[in-house]
Design a protein around this ligand. Sequence first.
Ligand code: PMP
Length: 353
Amino acid sequence: MSAPARGPLPRPDYRELSPYAPDRRPVEIDLSDNTNLWGTHPDALAVIRGADTDALARYPSLYADALRQAVARRHGVKVDQVTTGCGSDDVLDSLWRSLAEYGGTVTHVAPTFSMVEPLSRMNGREARPVAWSRALADPETLFEGDPLMVYLCRPNNPTGLQAPSEWVERVLEIAGDDGPVVLIDEAYADFATDAWIPRVTRYPRALAVRTLSKAYGLAGLRVGYGVGSASLIAEIEKSRGPYKVSRLAEAAAVAALDDRGGWVERTVHECVENRARLRAALDDRGTPAPPSSANFVLLPVEAGRAVPTVHALREFEVGARPFPDCPDVGDAIRVTVGPWPMMERFLAAWDTV
Ligand code: PMP
Protein backbone atom coordinates (compact mmCIF):
# COMPACT_ATOMS: atom_id res chain seq x y z
CA MET A 1 0.00 0.00 0.00
CA SER A 2 1.21 3.52 -0.61
CA ALA A 3 -0.22 6.70 0.89
CA PRO A 4 -2.29 8.94 -1.39
CA ALA A 5 -0.30 11.63 -3.25
CA ARG A 6 -0.46 15.07 -1.59
CA GLY A 7 0.93 17.26 -4.37
CA PRO A 8 3.42 20.02 -3.48
CA LEU A 9 3.53 20.12 0.32
CA PRO A 10 3.27 23.69 1.57
CA ARG A 11 -0.06 25.44 1.06
CA PRO A 12 -0.12 27.77 -1.99
CA ASP A 13 0.10 31.08 -0.07
CA TYR A 14 3.14 29.72 1.84
CA ARG A 15 4.87 28.41 -1.28
CA GLU A 16 4.96 31.95 -2.68
CA LEU A 17 6.99 33.27 0.27
CA SER A 18 10.74 33.73 -0.02
CA PRO A 19 13.14 33.52 2.94
CA TYR A 20 14.24 36.84 4.48
CA ALA A 21 17.60 37.42 2.82
CA PRO A 22 18.98 40.98 2.79
CA ASP A 23 22.49 41.48 1.39
CA ARG A 24 24.80 40.41 4.24
CA ARG A 25 28.08 40.31 2.31
CA PRO A 26 30.84 41.77 4.50
CA VAL A 27 31.71 45.43 4.04
CA GLU A 28 34.13 47.63 6.03
CA ILE A 29 31.53 50.11 7.32
CA ASP A 30 28.25 48.23 7.64
CA LEU A 31 25.43 50.73 8.19
CA SER A 32 22.73 48.36 6.96
CA ASP A 33 21.21 46.66 10.00
CA ASN A 34 20.70 49.24 12.79
CA THR A 35 22.84 47.39 15.31
CA ASN A 36 24.93 49.20 17.96
CA LEU A 37 28.06 50.29 16.05
CA TRP A 38 29.88 51.08 19.33
CA GLY A 39 30.16 47.34 19.86
CA THR A 40 28.91 44.75 22.33
CA HIS A 41 27.73 45.40 25.88
CA PRO A 42 30.87 44.96 28.06
CA ASP A 43 28.97 43.49 31.04
CA ALA A 44 27.44 40.85 28.76
CA LEU A 45 30.87 40.01 27.36
CA ALA A 46 32.30 39.61 30.87
CA VAL A 47 29.51 37.17 31.75
CA ILE A 48 30.08 35.11 28.59
CA ARG A 49 33.86 35.00 29.15
CA GLY A 50 33.38 33.79 32.73
CA ALA A 51 30.50 31.41 31.98
CA ASP A 52 30.23 27.93 33.46
CA THR A 53 30.43 26.11 30.13
CA ASP A 54 29.98 22.67 31.75
CA ALA A 55 26.38 23.74 32.41
CA LEU A 56 25.79 23.78 28.64
CA ALA A 57 25.15 20.04 28.79
CA ARG A 58 21.88 20.90 30.56
CA TYR A 59 18.83 22.71 29.23
CA PRO A 60 18.41 26.39 30.10
CA SER A 61 15.55 27.56 32.31
CA LEU A 62 12.12 26.79 30.88
CA TYR A 63 10.74 30.32 30.63
CA ALA A 64 13.85 32.46 31.26
CA ASP A 65 12.78 33.57 34.74
CA ALA A 66 16.00 35.47 35.50
CA LEU A 67 15.60 37.41 32.27
CA ARG A 68 11.95 38.14 32.99
CA GLN A 69 13.00 39.48 36.40
CA ALA A 70 15.68 41.69 34.82
CA VAL A 71 13.13 43.10 32.35
CA ALA A 72 10.68 43.68 35.21
CA ARG A 73 13.40 45.56 37.16
CA ARG A 74 14.41 47.59 34.13
CA HIS A 75 10.87 48.77 33.34
CA GLY A 76 9.13 48.72 36.72
CA VAL A 77 6.60 46.03 35.71
CA LYS A 78 5.69 42.66 37.21
CA VAL A 79 7.35 39.42 36.12
CA ASP A 80 4.01 38.03 34.87
CA GLN A 81 3.77 41.04 32.53
CA VAL A 82 6.91 39.94 30.64
CA THR A 83 7.49 37.38 27.88
CA THR A 84 10.85 36.65 26.23
CA GLY A 85 12.19 35.01 23.12
CA CYS A 86 15.04 34.26 20.76
CA GLY A 87 15.15 37.82 19.41
CA SER A 88 12.08 40.02 19.20
CA ASP A 89 11.20 38.31 15.90
CA ASP A 90 10.47 35.26 18.00
CA VAL A 91 8.29 37.25 20.42
CA LEU A 92 6.32 38.59 17.44
CA ASP A 93 5.96 35.06 16.10
CA SER A 94 4.73 33.76 19.47
CA LEU A 95 2.11 36.48 19.57
CA TRP A 96 0.95 35.74 16.01
CA ARG A 97 0.64 32.04 16.81
CA SER A 98 -1.22 32.67 20.05
CA LEU A 99 -4.03 34.61 18.37
CA ALA A 100 -6.99 32.30 18.65
CA GLU A 101 -8.58 32.29 15.22
CA TYR A 102 -7.18 30.80 12.03
CA GLY A 103 -7.35 33.02 8.98
CA GLY A 104 -8.12 36.66 9.62
CA THR A 105 -6.19 39.81 8.94
CA VAL A 106 -3.23 41.58 10.47
CA THR A 107 -3.23 45.28 9.69
CA HIS A 108 0.13 46.99 9.67
CA VAL A 109 1.34 50.50 9.03
CA ALA A 110 3.41 50.89 5.83
CA PRO A 111 6.25 51.21 5.21
CA THR A 112 7.39 49.24 8.23
CA PHE A 113 9.55 46.34 9.46
CA SER A 114 9.78 43.97 6.50
CA MET A 115 9.18 40.77 8.53
CA VAL A 116 5.62 41.75 9.46
CA GLU A 117 4.06 40.79 6.16
CA PRO A 118 5.77 37.37 5.79
CA LEU A 119 5.22 36.57 9.50
CA SER A 120 1.51 37.16 9.02
CA ARG A 121 1.37 35.01 5.92
CA MET A 122 3.50 32.20 7.40
CA ASN A 123 0.97 32.01 10.20
CA GLY A 124 -1.95 31.76 7.76
CA ARG A 125 -3.05 35.37 8.12
CA GLU A 126 -3.54 38.04 5.52
CA ALA A 127 -1.43 41.18 5.93
CA ARG A 128 -3.16 44.46 5.13
CA PRO A 129 -0.88 47.50 4.78
CA VAL A 130 -2.18 50.98 5.62
CA ALA A 131 0.06 53.88 4.59
CA TRP A 132 1.30 55.88 7.58
CA SER A 133 -0.14 59.12 6.14
CA ARG A 134 -3.60 57.54 6.03
CA ALA A 135 -3.31 55.89 9.45
CA LEU A 136 -2.07 59.10 11.10
CA ALA A 137 -4.85 61.16 9.52
CA ASP A 138 -7.50 58.67 10.61
CA PRO A 139 -6.59 55.83 13.02
CA GLU A 140 -9.94 54.16 12.31
CA THR A 141 -8.58 53.08 8.91
CA LEU A 142 -6.39 50.58 10.80
CA PHE A 143 -9.52 48.76 11.93
CA GLU A 144 -11.20 48.37 8.54
CA GLY A 145 -11.90 44.72 7.67
CA ASP A 146 -12.13 43.60 11.32
CA PRO A 147 -8.44 42.68 11.89
CA LEU A 148 -7.19 40.22 14.51
CA MET A 149 -4.22 42.44 15.21
CA VAL A 150 -2.91 45.91 14.46
CA TYR A 151 0.88 46.30 14.18
CA LEU A 152 2.50 49.67 14.91
CA CYS A 153 6.23 50.32 14.98
CA ARG A 154 7.37 53.23 17.18
CA PRO A 155 9.83 54.66 16.26
CA ASN A 156 9.10 53.20 12.87
CA ASN A 157 11.56 51.17 10.83
CA PRO A 158 12.54 52.36 8.18
CA THR A 159 11.28 55.98 8.48
CA GLY A 160 12.34 56.77 12.07
CA LEU A 161 8.94 58.35 12.69
CA GLN A 162 7.80 58.47 16.32
CA ALA A 163 4.01 58.56 16.00
CA PRO A 164 2.47 61.02 18.51
CA SER A 165 1.63 59.43 21.83
CA GLU A 166 -1.95 60.78 21.70
CA TRP A 167 -2.38 59.03 18.36
CA VAL A 168 -1.26 55.67 19.85
CA GLU A 169 -3.62 56.31 22.74
CA ARG A 170 -6.47 56.80 20.25
CA VAL A 171 -5.57 53.53 18.46
CA LEU A 172 -5.66 51.69 21.80
CA GLU A 173 -8.96 53.34 22.67
CA ILE A 174 -10.54 52.24 19.36
CA ALA A 175 -9.24 48.68 19.91
CA GLY A 176 -10.88 48.68 23.35
CA ASP A 177 -10.55 45.96 25.97
CA ASP A 178 -11.90 43.16 23.79
CA GLY A 179 -11.05 44.23 20.23
CA PRO A 180 -7.97 43.40 18.13
CA VAL A 181 -4.58 42.99 19.78
CA VAL A 182 -2.42 46.10 19.33
CA LEU A 183 1.28 45.35 18.94
CA ILE A 184 3.65 48.27 19.49
CA ASP A 185 7.10 47.32 18.22
CA GLU A 186 9.57 49.34 20.29
CA ALA A 187 12.78 47.86 18.86
CA TYR A 188 14.16 51.43 18.60
CA ALA A 189 12.48 53.06 21.61
CA ASP A 190 15.83 53.36 23.44
CA PHE A 191 16.71 56.14 20.96
CA ALA A 192 13.35 57.95 21.24
CA THR A 193 11.95 60.50 23.67
CA ASP A 194 9.19 58.37 25.17
CA ALA A 195 7.86 54.82 25.10
CA TRP A 196 4.79 52.66 25.75
CA ILE A 197 6.52 50.39 28.23
CA PRO A 198 5.40 50.37 31.05
CA ARG A 199 2.04 52.11 30.43
CA VAL A 200 1.05 49.47 27.84
CA THR A 201 0.27 47.10 30.77
CA ARG A 202 -2.90 49.11 31.45
CA TYR A 203 -4.44 47.76 28.24
CA PRO A 204 -5.55 44.11 28.35
CA ARG A 205 -4.81 43.43 24.68
CA ALA A 206 -1.72 45.48 23.93
CA LEU A 207 1.87 44.28 23.79
CA ALA A 208 5.05 46.35 23.47
CA VAL A 209 8.06 44.48 22.11
CA ARG A 210 11.78 45.27 22.63
CA THR A 211 15.05 43.78 21.52
CA LEU A 212 18.61 43.57 22.82
CA SER A 213 19.83 43.61 19.19
CA LYS A 214 19.95 47.41 18.85
CA ALA A 215 20.85 49.69 21.78
CA TYR A 216 22.23 46.78 23.86
CA GLY A 217 24.71 45.66 21.20
CA LEU A 218 23.72 41.99 21.39
CA ALA A 219 22.20 41.15 17.99
CA GLY A 220 24.36 38.02 17.78
CA LEU A 221 22.95 36.70 21.05
CA ARG A 222 19.28 36.77 19.92
CA VAL A 223 17.25 38.09 22.85
CA GLY A 224 13.97 39.98 22.75
CA TYR A 225 11.05 40.53 25.09
CA GLY A 226 7.48 41.75 25.26
CA VAL A 227 5.61 43.60 28.00
CA GLY A 228 1.81 43.58 28.32
CA SER A 229 -1.06 42.65 30.59
CA ALA A 230 -0.59 39.44 32.60
CA SER A 231 -3.56 37.81 30.83
CA LEU A 232 -2.16 38.43 27.33
CA ILE A 233 1.35 37.38 28.42
CA ALA A 234 0.01 34.09 29.82
CA GLU A 235 -1.40 33.26 26.36
CA ILE A 236 1.81 34.21 24.56
CA GLU A 237 3.95 32.14 26.95
CA LYS A 238 1.99 29.03 25.86
CA SER A 239 2.82 29.47 22.20
CA ARG A 240 6.38 30.60 23.02
CA GLY A 241 7.10 27.22 24.56
CA PRO A 242 10.09 26.25 26.75
CA TYR A 243 13.87 26.77 26.33
CA LYS A 244 13.69 29.67 23.87
CA VAL A 245 16.59 31.63 25.36
CA SER A 246 19.93 29.82 25.72
CA ARG A 247 21.84 29.73 29.03
CA LEU A 248 24.59 32.05 27.78
CA ALA A 249 22.13 34.45 26.20
CA GLU A 250 20.00 34.68 29.33
CA ALA A 251 22.94 35.33 31.68
CA ALA A 252 24.49 37.91 29.36
CA ALA A 253 21.17 39.64 28.69
CA VAL A 254 20.50 40.02 32.43
CA ALA A 255 23.86 41.78 32.88
CA ALA A 256 23.20 44.03 29.88
CA LEU A 257 19.71 45.00 31.05
CA ASP A 258 21.02 45.89 34.52
CA ASP A 259 23.55 48.12 32.67
CA ARG A 260 25.51 48.84 35.87
CA GLY A 261 28.27 50.80 34.13
CA GLY A 262 25.82 52.85 32.04
CA TRP A 263 27.20 51.65 28.67
CA VAL A 264 23.80 51.66 26.98
CA GLU A 265 23.04 55.14 28.23
CA ARG A 266 26.40 56.46 27.00
CA THR A 267 26.28 54.91 23.52
CA VAL A 268 22.63 55.86 23.02
CA HIS A 269 23.47 59.45 24.00
CA GLU A 270 26.33 59.57 21.49
CA CYS A 271 24.16 57.99 18.81
CA VAL A 272 21.42 60.59 19.31
CA GLU A 273 24.03 63.37 19.08
CA ASN A 274 25.53 61.88 15.91
CA ARG A 275 22.06 61.52 14.40
CA ALA A 276 21.57 65.29 14.70
CA ARG A 277 25.09 65.92 13.40
CA LEU A 278 24.57 63.61 10.41
CA ARG A 279 21.24 65.25 9.55
CA ALA A 280 22.90 68.67 9.72
CA ALA A 281 25.70 67.47 7.41
CA LEU A 282 23.10 66.10 4.97
CA ASP A 283 21.18 69.40 5.11
CA ASP A 284 24.40 71.24 4.22
CA ARG A 285 24.73 69.02 1.15
CA GLY A 286 21.16 69.76 0.00
CA THR A 287 20.11 66.12 0.58
CA PRO A 288 18.08 66.38 3.81
CA ALA A 289 16.93 63.34 5.77
CA PRO A 290 13.57 63.60 7.61
CA PRO A 291 13.66 63.66 11.45
CA SER A 292 14.31 60.27 13.05
CA SER A 293 13.77 59.03 16.61
CA ALA A 294 15.73 55.82 15.95
CA ASN A 295 19.42 54.92 15.43
CA PHE A 296 19.16 55.39 11.66
CA VAL A 297 18.04 57.93 9.10
CA LEU A 298 16.11 57.33 5.90
CA LEU A 299 17.44 59.25 2.95
CA PRO A 300 15.13 59.81 -0.02
CA VAL A 301 16.74 59.27 -3.42
CA GLU A 302 15.44 59.70 -6.98
CA ALA A 303 12.82 57.24 -8.23
CA GLY A 304 14.43 53.92 -9.18
CA ARG A 305 17.76 54.86 -7.47
CA ALA A 306 17.53 53.02 -4.10
CA VAL A 307 19.26 49.81 -5.20
CA PRO A 308 21.83 51.46 -7.53
CA THR A 309 22.75 53.93 -4.76
CA VAL A 310 23.40 51.13 -2.28
CA HIS A 311 25.50 49.31 -4.89
CA ALA A 312 27.50 52.48 -5.52
CA LEU A 313 28.12 53.01 -1.76
CA ARG A 314 29.36 49.43 -1.55
CA GLU A 315 32.15 50.34 -3.99
CA PHE A 316 33.42 52.57 -1.15
CA GLU A 317 33.07 49.73 1.39
CA VAL A 318 29.98 51.36 2.94
CA GLY A 319 26.84 49.24 3.45
CA ALA A 320 23.29 50.70 3.59
CA ARG A 321 19.81 49.19 3.07
CA PRO A 322 17.79 50.06 -0.04
CA PHE A 323 14.04 50.76 0.21
CA PRO A 324 12.66 50.92 -3.31
CA ASP A 325 9.20 52.38 -3.85
CA CYS A 326 8.09 52.76 -0.23
CA PRO A 327 4.53 53.93 0.51
CA ASP A 328 4.55 57.69 1.38
CA VAL A 329 8.32 57.91 0.74
CA GLY A 330 9.25 56.62 -2.74
CA ASP A 331 12.83 55.35 -3.17
CA ALA A 332 15.13 55.73 -0.17
CA ILE A 333 18.17 54.27 1.55
CA ARG A 334 18.46 53.62 5.29
CA VAL A 335 21.70 54.41 7.07
CA THR A 336 22.54 53.34 10.64
CA VAL A 337 24.01 56.04 12.87
CA GLY A 338 27.33 55.10 14.47
CA PRO A 339 30.57 56.63 15.79
CA TRP A 340 31.48 59.81 13.92
CA PRO A 341 34.44 58.38 11.93
CA MET A 342 31.99 55.90 10.36
CA MET A 343 29.62 58.75 9.51
CA GLU A 344 32.52 60.58 7.87
CA ARG A 345 33.22 57.52 5.73
CA PHE A 346 29.56 57.44 4.74
CA LEU A 347 29.46 61.17 3.94
CA ALA A 348 32.60 60.93 1.81
CA ALA A 349 31.04 58.06 -0.18
CA TRP A 350 27.68 59.89 -0.36
CA ASP A 351 29.39 62.98 -1.80
CA THR A 352 30.75 60.85 -4.62
CA VAL A 353 27.69 58.77 -5.47
N1 PMP B 1 11.33 44.89 15.06
C1 PMP B 1 11.90 45.81 14.28
C2 PMP B 1 11.16 47.07 14.02
C3 PMP B 1 13.16 45.58 13.73
O1 PMP B 1 13.71 46.51 12.94
C4 PMP B 1 13.83 44.37 14.01
C5 PMP B 1 15.18 44.02 13.43
N2 PMP B 1 15.62 44.67 12.37
C6 PMP B 1 13.18 43.45 14.82
C7 PMP B 1 11.95 43.74 15.33
C8 PMP B 1 13.80 42.12 15.12
O2 PMP B 1 14.88 42.23 15.93
P1 PMP B 1 15.52 40.98 16.68
O3 PMP B 1 14.82 39.75 16.20
O4 PMP B 1 16.95 41.03 16.36
O5 PMP B 1 15.24 41.21 18.14
